[in-house]
Design a protein around this ligand. Structure first.
Ligand code: HEM
Length: 360
């Protein structure tokens, strides 16, 4: 495994130095020649990887390592050698995922060494972005786990009440982390020096779309468990199918499942806990609305409008298409007054249970 150890060591040392220097040079408007060195040194190390780890987690993390190298080549506009791309291709095939780094490789599957996780650069904004995003994902995971346990105990008892409160608290944490991110992350640094590593790129002649912080299963499990979204809705099905290759293998299993809708269960089983269920819906809508209006718009849409159309921040489709899809997700998650949302059903449930005023 020494080829892998050598690669890991390089990624945590020279690779980060090269990228950091290149980012500083970009900001100063004086690009360096370090990109060719990065391409050649990394290409040699990655191409030496032959035997792949038996353990699936180790293989997935190795895909992240190789993927970091390929994404950095893309960011600096140098072509990664084909043998290096082929290593990513083998890893992706063996795991059934896209052969590129995805957000999980930066967050939930990014092992620390001496407390330090792998990054592209040493820029504090990259560290901030990954940390708060990862904390948000963990909080979404907690909410999904709590909701997943409810159908087995029924919606109207004390256990369900406890689980609903747990889900609401976890979603309040998502909002808290998103707010902290918005308070600390510099727009310009994010747009010019962090996001460009997420660009789409080719692996062995096929283009894979960019990394996306929403590529994890829990948020969709929550949508479906709350009954705010429906797998029968073609729009929503597209969201699930599109992200499927970009989530870790254990999340793919969860994306394939169809959680029981708690909204259906509440409609069938009286009024106990309805207020708590509605509080979870509100928390989910609030966290996602914040994402849309205070993260996506200021950190992406606004700077993209100000910048030349160089595609540097594209994660795949044109930005206006991405943003329209995200706006529809806000409609659904916040049950806004738009066609096809759960708004009317929630209002009916609320009045049937005579709970005083609930927004949403
Ligand atoms: C500066 C910060 C952020 C920006 C600019 C941003 C931007 C985006 C964009 C552009 C998408 C759509 C991706 C695409 O379709 O190409 C997206 C999706 C998403 N992001 Fe973020 N994001 C940020 C932070 C976060 C954080 C902190 C979280 C919390 C964990 C998060 C969770 C999500 C979710 C859940 C989706 C939707 C995916 C889905 O439901 O299918 N994002 N984001």
């Amino acid at each position: 495994m020494s080829a892998i150890t050598d690669l890991e060591h390089w990624l945590r040392t020279d690779f980060v130095d090269h990228n950091t220097a290149l980012e500083e040079a970009h900001l100063a408007g004086a690009p360096l020649d370090a990109a060719a060195v990065l391409r050649d040194d990394g290409g040699t190390l990655v191409s030496r990887v032959d035997a792949l780890p038996d353990d699936r987690l180790a293989r997935y993390q190795l895909l992240g390592a190789v993927g970091f190298y390929l994404a950095a080549c893309r960011r600096h506009d140098v072509a990664a050698p084909e043998p290096a791309q082929a290593v990513a291709g083998r890893l992706g095939l063996s795991l059934g995922v896209a052969p590129r780094f995805v957000f999980a490789h930066e967050s939930t599957h990014n092992p620390t060494v001496d407390g330090v996780f792998r990054t592209f650069t040493r820029l504090p904004d990259e560290h901030t972005f990954i940390t708060y995003n990862a904390l948000g994902v963990l909080a979404y995971e907690r909410a999904a786990a709590a909701l997943r346990a409810i159908p087995a105990v029924g919606v109207s008892g004390r256990l369900a009440g406890h689980l609903l409160d747990e889900a609401a608290a976890a979603l309040a944490d998502v909002l808290r982390f998103n707010k902290a991110l918005a308070a600390e992350l510099d727009v310009d640094r994010f747009y010019r020096n962090v996001r460009p590593y997420f660009r789409p790129h080719d692996v062995c002649g096929v283009e894979y779309r960019g990394a996306n912080a929403g590529d994890f299963a829990a948020v969709n499990e929550i949508d479906l468990a709350l009954g705010l979204c429906d797998q029968r809705d073609p729009f929503y099905q597209r969201i699930l199918a599109e992200k499927y290759p970009y989530v870790p293998p254990e999340h793919q299993v969860r994306l394939r499942e169809a959680p029981v809708s708690l909204l259906d269960l509440f409609e069938a089983d009286g009024s106990a806990n309805v207020d708590r269920y509605l509080a979870v819906c509100r928390a989910h809508g609030a966290a996602y609305s914040f994402h849309h209006h205070k993260l996506v718009r200021p950190y992406l849409v606004k700077p993209a409008g100000d910048a030349p159309p160089d595609g540097i921040s594209a994660s795949g489709p044109p930005l206006d298409v991405v943003v329209a899809g995200l706006a529809r997700l806000v409609d659904l998650r916040a049950a806004l007054d738009r066609p096809g949302t759960a708004r009317v059903r929630l209002a009916r449930l609320r009045s049937a249970s005579a709970v005083p005023s609930v927004a949403g």
